[in-house]
Write a protein that binds this ligand. Structure first.
Ligand code: SF4
Length: 727
């Protein structure tokens, strides 16, 4: 290894890896071949919770001879209903991944050379405590930020809060669903929730706008989607690409990318002009109809056709159908919605459309959900910060991660000096990799807690190997849902290697950081104490896996008086809160950059068997989908002399080239001005032996971000690529 910057990316040498194998020296990926699994009888079945994505389905982990050999959907868990997505079924591929982080690592700089060294937990946690102490003494606890993704972060947040650190950010806000949350809050007074409060199963007419249900595999939503289809729900898919959902639709509208707000405004216009909206519902529950009507008057189908490319008769037909089904029609709010930087306004248009349909708490519409009642644990009150992080984006309900990057790069006494990163591969998540890497290089200290050696761990000073979700307890899961539930995550097997559960790591750190009494002696004590308060026991929940309350009050009753948590107490079709801060109170359409000549707009999405980096190296799932492909319109591709199946490199508008090639898929299922690829591939880290050099990474090519001025989300879809055969 040559001389490198102290924060340059580090890999672990193969010699080092060779010495780190455990499990009696002969460790194989999976204890059983796929074909053997059906004939095996489990010694025990552990009811726990999946963590291969944020959905957190209930799973039954089948264990034989101390090894998990099968994962199935938990019957009683309302998010799985006995079924799982392909990722969830292959979760033991992560558990038995030979490339997992196996013990703590510490970066050491000797004579200008930087390398990782195997460390004990005591050494690693001592170092973290002492570095955090030095940094917070010199710059204040406000100089430390924590990035996280996933449920397991909760005890680390408790720890850092008690220490006085209160800057917590999750890319799932600024890089994914934040604009939706803020738009629905501005309109209805509350967000859509996660899992979303949508009654898809009972919808009679469902409009999906760039929402790839079935590819973006949110188990329960996909189950509901199938139920809706079986019951004859009519589906409209608005998408530049003929997605899986479009394949189930009666109507595919191949919209010009970036023009969705124009289409939504036109539908609002038609619903109002033709009085197809729910007049009684709006009169009783909403404000701003006349201003809204005036503001969308110019959104005629004819003008909208010129912008979107959707024929006038189709625009009108869908609007009239929406009006016909009213309460039982639903315009899906989407999930990954950070596209163009005006995303809160697009989501506002979706929220307004749903409001006009009067589908709020109606069968087949938007629902408000409830949580299973359980008190919090009695942790000491977090230390108050004297310099609390204040976002520059007026409606940022959470801290956008890109703002932490910006604030780290800024030359100011208030810039961040240390990052604590839990379970999120920021290199592939945030977009604008250059800034992320520059910020990482500037930091005084970086801690990464992860299961796999994802790229981000290569920039850390200390890497802590957490065990997988199949080897640990976590906090109780009691998120708001249609059927309020309380679920457990518990270990199916003991932690492999020298990895540890998050609770134990946080507890070890708390002792080193001068907070010895913060956590109880073990997580079982913590869980038991919370459960006791509601008259249950840990053993009971461990046996059942989940407690479920029946849904109640999901649908509004006739003549029910509703109050919304907005300034007016009503649904706000026109937002004065936005107006007061200088934003359009009603969503307006603005044009986005056109493709430079010879370039295609780069769109990305998901595949059912892969999520983020968490599944990238999973050999079971890798067998199902080993690499991603680049969808290119067949005619456009032939014009550029591309061949189906050939491997090409991509070059973006800033002359940034993909690190790895991607296989071309010529198809008529996509517009000629865009290309599409599945996110989560193109890893180059040699430590990820399965994922390495498989497909290409969209993240490498997203060098341009359009930041939403309302809440700070990063629009990523104004990036363009062309092709080269040169390696
Ligand atoms: S949707 Fe799939 S990956 Fe996500 S929690 Fe459920 S089973 Fe796991």
């Amino acid at each position: 290894m040559g001389v490198i910057n102290r924060r340059d990316f580090l890999t672990i040498s193969s010699a080092f890896l060779a010495g780190s194998t455990v499990l009696g020296g002969g460790f194989v990926l999976s204890p059983y071949r796929q074909g053997e699994v059906t004939s095996l009888k489990s010694d025990k079945v552990v009811k726990t919770t999946c963590e291969l994505c944020f959905w957190r389905c209930g799973i039954d982990a089948h264990v034989k001879d101390g090894k998990v050999f099968k994962i199935a959907g938990q019957k009683d868990h309302p998010l799985s209903n006995g079924k799982l997505c392909p990722r969830g079924l292959g979760g033991h591929g992560l558990l038995y991944d030979p490339d997992r982080l196996k013990h703590p690592l510490i970066r050491k700089n000797v004579n200008g050379k930087s390398s990782f060294h195997k460390a004990t937990w005591d050494e690693a946690t001592t170092l973290i405590a002492s570095r955090l102490s030095e940094i917070t003494e010199e710059h204040g606890p406000e100089s430390v930020a924590m990035f996280s993704h996933g449920f397991g972060a909760s005890f680390f947040k408790t720890l850092l809060s008690a220490y006085g650190i209160d800057t917590f950010t999750a890319p799932s806000y600024g890089q994914c669903r934040g604009p939706r949350t803020e738009a629905f809050k501005l309109t209805f007074g509350h967000g859509v929730g996660s899992p979303e409060g949508l009654d898809i199963a009972n919808s009679k007419y469902l409009v999906l706008i760039g929402s790839h249900l079935g590819e973006n595999m949110h188990n329960t939503q996909v189950q509901e989607f199938s139920q809706a289809i079986a019951k004859g729900c009519r589906i409209v898919a608005v998408d530049p690409r003929f997605s899986t959902a479009a394949g189930k639709a009666e109507t595919w509208l191949p919209i010009k990318a970036g023009t969705d707000i124009a289409l939504l405004r036109s539908w609002i216009h038609i619903l109002i002009e033709e009085k197809l909206y729910d007049e009684d519902f709006i009169a009783e529950n909403a404000i701003g109809l006349s201003e809204l009507k005036k503001s969308v008057r110019d959104a005629t189908p004819e003008k909208t056709f010129a912008i979107t490319g959707i024929p006038v008769e189709m625009i009108v037909k869908v609007a009239r159908d929406l009006g016909r089904y009213q309460n039982q029609a639903l315009v899906h709010p989407g999930r990954h919605v950070t596209w163009y930087g005006d995303d809160t306004q697009r989501e506002r248009a979706i929220a307004i459309l749903n409001a006009l349909l009067g589908n709020y708490r109606a069968k087949g519409g938007l629902l408000s959900q409830k949580t299973y009642p359980i008190p919090k644990y009695d942790f000491p009150k977090p230390k108050k910060s004297s310099r609390k992080f204040k976002s520059v984006y007026p409606f940022a309900g959470s801290i956008p991660s890109n703002e932490i990057v910006d604030r780290t790069l800024a030359d100011s006494p208030e810039s961040f000096k240390a990052w604590f990163i839990y379970g999120t591969n920021l290199i592939h998540t945030l977009g604008d990799q250059k800034s992320t890497i520059e910020a990482l290089r500037k930091l005084k200290f970086v801690v990464a807690v992860d299961v796999l050696p994802m790229e981000i761990t290569g920039y850390a000073d200390v890497v802590l190997p957490e065990c997988t979700y199949l080897e640990r307890f976590d906090d109780l899961d009691a998120r708001a849902y249609k059927k309020p539930y309380l679920a457990i995550r518990q270990p199916a097997v003991k932690p492999l290697f020298d990895s540890k559960p998050g609770f134990e790591i946080a507890r070890m750190l708390s002792k080193k950081m001068g907070l010895p009494d913060l956590f109880p002696d073990k997580i079982e004590t913590y869980l038991e104490s919370r459960l006791k308060k509601i008259g249950h026991s840990l053993v009971e929940l461990q046996e059942k896996g989940v407690f479920v309350n029946q849904d109640s009050g999901l649908y509004r009753s006739q003549n029910e008086k509703m109050r919304f948590d907005t300034p007016s107490g009503k649904i706000e079709l026109v937002s004065n809160k936005l107006r007061e801060k200088g934003f359009d109170p009603v969503p307006k359409y603005t044009q986005h950059p056109e493709n430079p000549p010879g370039f295609f707009r780069l769109l990305f999405g998901r595949a059912p068997m892969h999520t983020f980096g968490r599944t990238a190296n999973n050999r079971i799932l890798g067998e199902l989908m080993p690499e991603n492909e680049l969808w290119v319109n067949a005619v456009a591709g032939q014009d550029m002399k591309l061949k189906n199946g050939e491997y090409l490199y991509l070059v973006n508008q800033d002359n940034i080239k993909s690190k790895t090639p991607i296989r071309v898929r010529l198809t008529q299922r996509i517009r000629p001005d865009v290309v599409f690829m599945v996110h989560g591939f193109g890893h180059t880290d040699p430590r990820l032996k399965t994922a390495r050099n498989r497909g290409a990474s969209d993240a490498d090519l997203i060098s341009h971000l359009d930041v939403d001025p309302i809440m700070g989300g990063t629009g990523m879809n104004n990036n363009f690529v062309t092709f080269t055969r040169e390696a």
